[in-house]
Structures are given as C-alpha cells and as structure tokens.
Design a protein around this ligand. Structure first.
Ligand code: MG
Length: 312
C-alpha cells in the first residue's frame, strides 16, 4: 500500500487530473476551474485549511477567517477575474466555544466586505480537527482571462508586492505574529488591471512560493524563466539567508506574471496605487527555471510548500 504522504501533493493532484480530465478538455490544474458562458468565463475555486497544517496554534480567529476568504479570492485574481461571491463549509468540534465560529465568520465578513463580495451560503458539520473550506466564484471576459500557460521567450517576468512577508511569523512562530501569515492581500484590483492590459501572457498567485510558481509557469508555457535575485523586492528586515529562504517560502499570495514586451507600457505605466509591481526577470528559450545571483546563473529548484510530505 502506498501512503498519500509517500506520494506527495503534486503527484496526488496530477493523478486526480488524469482521472477526471484525461483529455485535458477542461483545463484542470490552473488557479480556478473555468466554465465557458459564451461571452465570459465563469471562474470557480476552492481551498481548504485546517488546524493541523494551516492554522497556527494561538492565532486569532478573525485572522483565520480573513485567511480562508483571501486565499480563495487570490485564485480568482490570478486569472484576472472579478469575484461574485463566496461559500464556506466549517468542520468544528462540538465542544468548541460558539465564539470560535462567530469570530472566524466575522473575519470572513471583514475580508469579503473589504472587496464588496457577498457570502452566499455554506455548511457546518462536526469534525475532530477545525477545518474550513472556502469556495469563490467570479467571472472574466473571455478576451481577458489570464492562464498559467502562454509565456513566450522575450517576455518580461514581473510580480506584485514583496516576497517573504510570512517570514515574520516563521522566524519564531510567535502566535502574535500569525497575522503576517494569515492576513493575505488578494490582488483582485491588480489582477483586473493586468487582465485589461491585454499585455499579460501568463499569471499565477504564489501560494506555494516563488520557486514553485516559476516552475508552474515555465512548465505550462513550455519555456524557461530566469529571475534576477537583485531585482526581487523582499519584505523589510530580512537577512540575506532569509531572502534565500523566502524564494521557496509559501504564503506570499502575490501575483507572478509575464508581459509581452510589445505592450509592456500598458502594464508598467498603469496605476497600481500603493502596491508596486516589479520587473524581476525574463522568459527564455531554454526550458527550466534559473536565477541570476552574484554574476552567475544557476538552476532554481522547485522547493516550495507541498502537502502530504514530499519536498517541504
Ligand atoms: Mg493559486
């Protein structure tokens, strides 16, 4: 008997895609499920968190609620979509205080109302381990959708925000710093600007870290991606060692995308407000993922977060 934790999350997901979509007709494996509505695509995504793997002991329940809403909305943003609403399912112990559920739900409401998104439904069940599943739905005009596939040699690689914000929590695992991990900013507005620019050739949200996300875009596009370490923007106060670690740290949820040089001004001259976008590298003919550091280019291995054991 092979155990799930021997197989690892990536192999599990790839086996499931083979089972459910053997012909590749439904584009499984992107940030959202995509349904053809005619003029638009319907986007649907679901993500689950639980006390064992995602919710730090001692973390504030409102921060947990914000997190489950934000990480789902981030996947809609990654495809350039406008969210329409969300659903949530809770698994809770019967002896848990009612205030746990209330505070988690208040955090959900805070995140959703921040982006003017209604909560449309959900479910509650008893469960030994606190588990929360979120589902976000959205739409995007067909001509604007951002897929993971599509990067071409010569395209510019860019990202929103900074890398390594969750390091503040990972450093000491201090519950008072859990908000650095949980208070994810879903880049919905930025995703819409990128989609409308008609200049973005591929996009992903970096839920599992920069290195894994680069590998996803490279594989989906059949191209190579090279980033320049000195051009990456990191969260304030990171040591060099922490910056190197942050290349593989999950939880940033910034958008990583590629831009066609012909239309680059439609992205880089756009108004992103207080959250900057940064050019960090270039798409190459040679397949693989590379990093330029100290004047030398080397391969950047895929070492981002993986559930069920694996490379984590
Ligand atoms: Mg994603």
């Amino acid at each position: 008997m092979t155990r799930l934790d021997e197989l690892g999350e990536k192999a599990i997901v790839s086996d499931l895609i083979e089972l459910f979509d053997p012909d590749g007709a439904h584009n499984l494996g992107d940030d959202c499920a995509v349904v053809d509505l005619g003029r638009d695509y319907l986007l649907v995504t679901t993500d689950i968190i639980n006390r064992k793997t995602h919710i730090p002991e001692g973390a504030g329940s409102r921060d947990v609620g914000w997190h489950i809403a934000a990480i789902n909305l981030s996947d809609i943003a990654a495809m350039g979509g406008q969210p329409l609403g969300m659903l949530f399912a809770f698994g809770l112990r019967g002896d848990a205080p009612v205030s746990d559920l209330t505070e988690i739900s208040e955090g959900i409401r805070e995140c959703c109302s921040n982006y003017a998104i209604p909560v449309l439904g959900g479910d509650t069940k008893e469960s030994d381990v606190l588990t929360i599943s979120g589902t976000a739905i959205g739409t995007v005009p067909k001509s604007e959708i951002l897929w993971r596939k599509g990067a071409k040699p010569g395209d510019i690689i860019a990202m929103t925000g900074v890398l390594g914000k969750p390091m503040e929590w990972f450093r000491a695992k201090d519950p008072h710093k859990a908000q650095f991990l949980l208070r994810v900013v879903p880049r919905i507005r930025e995703g819409r600007i990128l989609a409308q620019s008609q200049a973005v050739t591929s996009c992903i949200d970096m839920s599992d870290g920069l290195s894994t996300s680069l590998h996803h875009l490279a594989k989906a596009g059949g191209v190579g991606l090279e980033v320049d370490f000195n051009r990456l923007l990191f969260a304030q106060g990171l040591s060099l060692e922490e910056k190197e670690h942050a290349l593989h740290l999950g939880g940033d949820y910034e958008l990583l995308f590629t831009v066609s040089p012909d239309r680059a001004e439609h992205v880089f001259n756009a108004d992103f407000g207080t959250s900057p976008i940064t050019q960090v590298g270039e798409v190459t003919e040679d397949t693989g993922v590379f990093i330029l550091k100290d004047g030398a280019t080397s391969q950047l291995p895929d070492k981002g977060y993986e559930h069920f054991g694996g490379s984590a």
